[in-house]
Design a protein around this ligand. Structure first.
Ligand code: ACO
Length: 329
């Protein structure tokens, strides 16, 4: 059996910055409230004509170059997104594959909100370990600004745009292997975070039907998030006989600094182990974890062999965690 390894990472962020001050001019909020409750200072917003697949393709191009894998050897592309270019077809993955010139490879999207990247990692791992595929490009890409209601202060302060990508490749070297991935869901909490309109579940003659905006019960989500994220990671570490001290980088989904702090404290992690990008990028849903891994890579903090612990939580509800050494250069 071959193992699956994370061979490279890449990310793309749009140029335009939306600051807390900008938002305070749009809705009844303040920089002080946003920083205190979320840790977010600013987020990036894609240009009007810049799509999720444009951003995903840019992040993926970097990940391909860093991996050293030839484009012709990539045999699958999976994109995690809740803000696809089009509801519901074509998939963003097929558009990215074409933009990258990858030919007629297997390409599809998955929907697991902020847990999307952990889900695509688990799918890539399974395809490679089964021997069905060898080099899988996984992407988390979001243009959340397209599904954010900028008159709703409870959500518009949180979200931003961006993309991250990784090459997951077959290897015979067990020390490079993605060790384990946990994924779970609970639809009884579906109403905590949803885009209620636009789908077959929405009311056809509703005047709201075309407003495909995210809605969230933030405070309830917060409480479930802390509980679930902590329990999920504890189970994964226990199952794999890993102590928190062995983790080099804890890369949580970047939803809210207070959630990350509470989970980090509950797990007994040192501040230096916790990767934080929420202040500058806000919550980029499925893109947040690969963007955060790329952040430590580009700042020279991520080295080959470093043990990464990923942890995510999002709409669905969905959650997931992963334990893997970085296997790139
Ligand atoms: N500015 C000023 N006041 C605000 C704002 C704002 N932007 N938003 C809400 N308030 C007010 C509320 O109206 C409320 O006022 P009240 O006390 O008079 O009723 C007060 O602030 C407190 O509101 P809460 O919702 O209780 O604030 P909380 O401390 O919970 O923070 C937040 C809100 C930031 C949304 C937080 O609950 C959170 O981060 N939740 C989790 C989000 C998350 O993890 N989502 C999952 C991933 S996202 C995905 O999957 C796409």
């Amino acid at each position: 059996m071959s193992y699956a390894a994370m061979r490279s990472i890449g990310a793309y962020v749009p140029k335009r910055i939306l600051s807390n001050q900008d938002l305070a001019a749009m809705v009844d909020t303040s920089d002080e409230w946003i920083v205190k409750r979320t840790g977010i200072q600013e987020r990036r917003i894609a240009a009007q004509d810049e799509t999720t697949s444009d951003m995903g393709a840019k992040a993926a191009q970097i990940a391909i170059e860093r991996s050293g894998v030839n484009k012709s050897d990539i045999d699958m592309l999976i994109c995690a997104t809740i803000s696809p270019d089009y509801f519901n077809m074509p998939s963003t993955a097929t558009l990215i594959a074409t933009k990258l010139g990858l030919g007629q490879i297997s390409a599809f999207d998955i929907s697991a909100a902020c847990t999307g990247f952990v889900y695509v990692l688990s799918i890539a791992k399974a395809f490679i370990e089964s021997g069905m595929k060898k080099n899988i490009l996984i992407i988390g890409a979001e243009k959340l600004s397209a599904i954010t209601d900028y008159s709703d202060r409870t959500t518009c302060i949180l979200f931003g745009d961006g993309a991250g990508a990784a090459m997951i490749c077959a290897t015979n070297d067990a020390s490079e292997a993605i060790r384990d991935v946990n994924t779970g869901s609970d639809g009884t909490y579906a109403d905590l975070l949803m885009t209620p309109n636009g789908g077959s579940g929405s009311i056809h003659d509703s005047p709201e039907r075309d407003k495909v905006f995210m809605q969230m019960k933030g405070n309830e989500t917060f409480k479930v998030a802390v509980r679930t994220l902590t329990a999920d990671v504890q189970e994964l570490l226990h199952k794999n006989g890993v102590q928190t001290a062995q983790i080099k980088h804890f890369v949580p989904h970047q939803a809210n600094y207070r959630i990350i702090k509470a989970v980090g404290d509950a797990l007994g992690l040192d501040e230096a182990q916790v990767v934080l990008t929420v202040g500058k990028y806000g919550n980029t849903s499925g893109a947040s974890i690969p963007m955060a891994i790329n952040d430590i890579y580009e700042s020279g903090r991520l080295a080959k062999g470093d043990l990464l612990l990923l942890d995510a939580f999002g709409g669905g509800l969905t959650w997931g965690s992963a334990l893997l050494p970085f296997a790139g250069k």
